[in-house]
Design a protein around this ligand. Structure first.
Ligand SMILES: [Zn+2]
Length: 316
């Protein structure tokens, strides 16, 4: 059963890599256009300032300039925003291309693996919870679901995961996804191996929680140190969890439920790279579920996760 999974996964990685190359090219073209428009606007501005009376039709010349200037104003910040890096962008917004390139260059060497938790259909076949383990768990459990809307956890984690991918790639980070659609069958051990194979600097697993209807808030799990399994990633994982938890709380205003150390999760125990699991909120809480399913809140969450991930990567 693992053969088809591995083939699917490799195809997924190949597909993602070629998509990333295409997107990178588009970004370059986009940045080039932005700069060209900016230069055109400046040149037109100089011509207008030095000789407005020289033109035979001042009225039409002014309106043409106004149109170009508007384009420049809207396109230039967009170029900075898509490739710039929020924490240091204040120092780079005054100049355009060279500064942007230098702030993102260190991020372009970083690889982040994103695992949107669960999938459309659970897979209750068993797998060892770590290399050589006799204890086994389901390859992929079903996850929770919203009692009000019926939305499964796997849809929310995928929506946030794809947004997180786009936000990180916009900063130049290389991203590997364990899945990009609902209809996959990727066991938790396999998800860890995808991050391992990519030599990810960080693996982040996205989940939502279920429980008592009154329970709400966000918390982050990290692997306990287990000799031969996670002892080499435990310290870095806890550091990542601490930073990401704080950033996610700051961005969302969710209740801070802190950190949790876990020794029973296959996704952690098979991991060879720093690994965290963010429980983004409770789908069984009516208010929090509405937030988790809304695009605006997902964007806030993603911003928090990006802030935390970048801060963690900066210190690595
Ligand atoms: Zn889950």
């Amino acid at each position: 059963m693992s053969e088809p999974h591995e083939r699917d996964t490799r195809e997924l990685i190949r597909e993602l890599q070629s998509k990333r190359r295409r997107r990178g090219l588009m970004r370059l073209v986009g940045a080039g256009l932005g700069v060209a428009v900016l230069v055109a606007a400046i040149v037109t501005g100089i011509v207008l300032a030095t000789g407005p009376s020289g033109s035979g039709a001042p009225g039409s010349s002014v309106s043409a300039t106004a149109r170009v200037s508007t384009t420049a104003i809207t396109s230039a910040p967009t170029t900075v925003a898509t490739t710039g890096e929020p924490v240091t962008s204040t120092s780079s917004t005054t100049t355009s291309e060279p500064a942007t390139t230098s702030t993102t260059s260190w991020l372009s060497t970083k690889v982040v693996a994103i695992d949107p938790g669960h999938q459309a259909k659970a897979n209750y076949e068993l797998e060892p919870i770590g290399p050589g383990a006799t204890t086994k768990k389901a390859k992929v459990s079903s996850g929770t679901a919203s009692p009000t809307t019926g939305t499964p956890e796997s849809e929310v984690t995928l929506a946030v995961g794809l947004k997180l991918r786009d936000a990180l790639e916009a900063l130049g980070v290389q991203v590997v996804m364990t899945r990009t659609t609902q209809d996959v069958d990727v066991p938790n051990s396999e998800r860890a191996k995808i991050a391992n194979d990519a030599h990810a600097d960080l693996a982040i697993r996205l989940h939502c929680n279920g429980g008592d209807p009154s329970a709400h808030g966000l918390f982050t799990l990290y692997p306990a140190s287990i000799a031969g399994w996670t002892d080499d990633i435990a310290v870095a994982s806890k550091r990542a969890a601490t930073i990401i938890q704080a950033a996610a709380i700051a961005a969302t205003g969710a209740q801070d439920r802190g950190l949790q150390e876990r020794s029973d999760l296959s996704g952690f125990n098979w991991s060879d790279v720093p690994d965290v699991l963010v429980e983004m909120g409770f789908m069984t809480n009516k208010d929090e579920d509405l937030l988790l399913e809304s695009g605006t809140y997902q964007d806030k969450l993603v911003q928090g996760l990006v802030d935390g991930i970048v801060e963690f990567l900066r210190a690595e």
